[in-house]
Design a protein around this ligand. Structure first.
Ligand SMILES: [Zn+2]
Length: 263
């Protein structure tokens, strides 16, 4: 079974948010709530509150790239070229990040904002093509937004693959015109996020159950998402879950591949 690891880049710096949107206020209230619900310790609460204006609270792209490289995890990064809900970095910042990801030798695609307007979908595709200088690439849409025309419009725009569909049923890849839809199966925030109350141990158990089912059903691949932002000591459960996941896959001798390897 091939394990496909992916990372969505929603943030690149603190300055993109400070006095520019309400996301910092949201983080303060969520941190207190996480503490009240005993999801984080007092130490982590203080760390978060004092880290709100630090880059590492928002972005851990380099740490993620280094970890994946060292562990031979052939991951895919999705980066936005438009601003959207909670995403506020410029195309110039995006381009620097794209070049960094390419320098590390990893695949990079679009973290899409538009899903219900073909002209905007196409513009986003062209913007990424120009900035990345790549000819073929895939996409995952931010907040997994889809309507009944999105996938065919992504295919029409020229995307090689899409991986916006989150399937807890372990659905495998299928064609939409020339494009391949590659559903993914586990997302960090659905297990450990603010709206969930799973402990780290429960998140691991959940993940193991899905992996075992995938193996039992002879699935070709299993795909997961960790936001690079969560790969930090501000979010210890997320980071620990990810490192555990990678080690677990290594112990089971699963191969790491990226979306392009599957096509
Ligand atoms: Zn996103």
């Amino acid at each position: 079974m091939i394990i496909i690891v992916s990372h969505d880049i929603d943030n690149l710096s603190a300055k993109d948010h400070f006095l520019k949107d309400k996301i910092i206020l949201r983080e303060i209230s969520r941190s207190f709530s996480d503490f009240r619900r005993k999801k984080i310790t007092l130490k982590v609460l203080f760390k978060r509150l004092s880290g709100l204006l630090r880059k590492g609270f928002w972005s851990n792209l380099e740490e993620m790239l280094k970890f994946d490289k060292e562990n031979k995890v052939n991951s895919t990064f999705f980066i936005a070229v438009s601003k959207g809900k909670g995403i506020n970095y410029s195309q110039k910042e995006a381009q620097i990040a794209i070049n960094l990801i390419k320098d590390y030798g990893f695949d990079v695609g679009v973290h899409g904002i538009y899903y219900d307007n073909y002209e905007l979908i196409k513009r986003e595709y062209e913007d990424f093509k120009r900035l990345s200088k790549l000819e073929k690439f895939g996409i995952r849409i931010h907040h997994l937004k889809l309507n009944n025309k999105t996938l065919s419009n992504l295919a029409r725009a020229g995307y090689l693959f899409d991986t916006t569909v989150l399937s807890s049923n372990l659905d495998q890849e299928y064609k939409i015109d020339e494009m391949t839809e590659i559903p993914f199966h586990v997302m960090d925030v659905r297990l450990l996020g603010y709206h969930k109350n799973l402990t780290l141990e429960q998140a691991k158990e959940n993940t193991i159950k899905l992996l075992e089912r995938a193996e039992r059903e002879n699935k070709k691949y299993f795909s997961m998402l960790l936001h690079d932002r969560r790969f930090s000591n501000y979010f210890p459960d997320f980071k620990e879950w990810y490192i555990w996941f990678i080690n677990y896959c290594k112990e089971r001798n699963y191969q790491f591949g990226n979306y392009v390897d599957l096509l």
